[in-house]
Each structure stands twice: as structure tokens, then as C-alpha cells.
Design a protein. Structure first.
Length: 182
């Protein structure tokens, strides 16, 4: 397994985040763009279970290929670090790609419909902001999930095959339970 070199990521809000974290696992998740309905629905599921994720010894960090100013409009209520990577430097380093299959893979179509519907309902209630017409970095980004041990080893990873192909919270917790820490 390959190891990740130590660095501090600067979130759009809050103090720098050490990756790897010397005291716990880091779930470094790569999302698409600020306001992405698929990403927003997924991140809401993570936010709802954030306390459970932390009790499992996991620090949550979400990376987007949008500028920080764009992200601030969509992420103020998230209880974990959100990092802007508009140059896609981290995406390249971790091998997280973009491609037409992000939206053309038939497995993502129900996810898109559900996410757009949920976002529309929440936006109508004033609880979410619809995506901007201007998407920095395009709509074809693919997700990626990496579970990084305190020593920097990538203990588990998943490169998404389409825009909705990421770990659920249950999958994350199951993988984290198999990684010895300490």
C-alpha cells in the first residue's frame, strides 16, 4: 500500500487539517463541484452521522474542485473540513479523474433524479441553494474515497465509476473498523 506524505490542508473555514492525522484515521473524500446535487445529498448523509464517524476514530475531510468562495455558499453547516482544490492538484495526486461516464453511466441516472428532486424540495423550503449555472471545473468530475491511517498508509480506497459512486457512511465505518490505529 502506498503512503501519503504529511501535509496540512487549509479548509474554507477553520484551522488547517493534518493529513495524515497522527491520532486518527482520515476519510479524504473527493467530491465534484460546489452545489453539485449528488454531492450535497451525500454530504448531508455524512453530516447527519458525523458524531458516529468521529466516535469510530475518523476525521472527515471533503475536497471539491471549486474555489473556496463558491464552496462557502454551499457548505456553512457541514460539521467537517471542506477543502477547495480548484487547480485539481490533490485530484491528480490521488488519481481522481473526470470523464463522460460521470453522467452517462446508466447507474447514476436514478441518483441524479433523486438528488435533483431532493435539492429542489430543500431549495423551495429555503434549506438549500440550487447549483450555480457556472460550474468551475465542469460537471464531469468523478468521486473518490480514501481512508488514510495515522502513519500515512492508504488503508482503503475507492475511485468512483460514475458521479454517484462513493462510499456510504456504513461502508466507511466498516472499512474504518478493520484498520488498526494506535
Amino acid at each position: 500500500m502506498r503512503a501519503v506524505a504529511f501535509r496540512e490542508l487549509v479548509p474554507v473555514e477553520g484551522p488547517p487539517v493534518p493529513v495524515p492525522d497522527p491520532d486518527r484515521l482520515v476519510h479524504l473524500q473527493f467530491r465534484r463541484f460546489a452545489g453539485c446535487p449528488i454531492c450535497n445529498v451525500h454530504l448531508r448523509s455524512v453530516a447527519v452521522r458525523h458524531a458516529e464517524i468521529e466516535r469510530a476514530g475518523v476525521r472527515e475531510v471533503a475536497v471539491f474542485h471549486s474555489p473556496a468562495a463558491d464552496l462557502r455558499e454551499y457548505t456553512p453547516d457541514l460539521p467537517f473540513a471542506v477543502v477547495a482544490d480548484p487547480g485539481r492538484d490533490l485530484y491528480r495526486e490521488f488519481g481522481v479523474e473526470a470523464g463522460r461516464r460521470a453522467l452517462l453511466d446508466p447507474r447514476v441516472w436514478p441518483v441524479i433524479l433523486r438528488s435533483v428532486a431532493v435539492t429542489a424540495v430543500l431549495a423551495a423550503r429555503g434549506r438549500a441553494k440550487p447549483p450555480s449555472g457556472k460550474i468551475h471545473g465542469g460537471r464531469l468530475g468523478l468521486p473518490g474515497d480514501f481512508l488514510i491511517a495515522p502513519d500515512g498508509t492508504i488503508a482503503a480506497s475507492k475511485l468512483g465509476e460514475h458521479a454517484g459512486d462513493q462510499w456510504s457512511v456504513d461502508e466507511l465505518l466498516a472499512r474504518a473498523a478493520r484498520v488498526p490505529v494506535g
